[in-house]
Design a protein. Structure first.
Length: 88
């Protein structure tokens, strides 16, 4: 029962975060697709680990892919748009 609840919770959070990303990209005129790579990598980490849990391929391949996506996402943070508004 707990794995099912955890899976539904992860899927709900993934759906909400995808919705938030889409809304933010529509608000700001992002012309560079490199700025979305970080978000895509972090979302894929959740999907891969969830699929790995359910289909039983949690192991070195899943962890290697997770580390590769983390490194790729970290590298592409330089292309994220800067938020220049400061709140004092």
């Amino acid at each position: 029962m707990w794995p099912t609840i955890a899976t539904l919770l992860v899927l709900l959070i993934l759906g909400l975060s995808i919705n938030k990303i889409i809304v933010k990209t529509k608000k700001t005129p992002i012309t560079d697709p490199k700025s979305l790579v970080t978000s895509i990598c972090f979302l894929l980490i959740g999907v891969i680990n969830l699929a790995g849990y359910w289909f039983g391929f949690l192991g070195i391949a899943s962890m290697a892919l997770t580390v590769a996506l983390l490194i790729t996402g970290a590298y592409f943070t330089r292309y994220l748009p800067a938020d220049n508004t400061r709140q004092s």
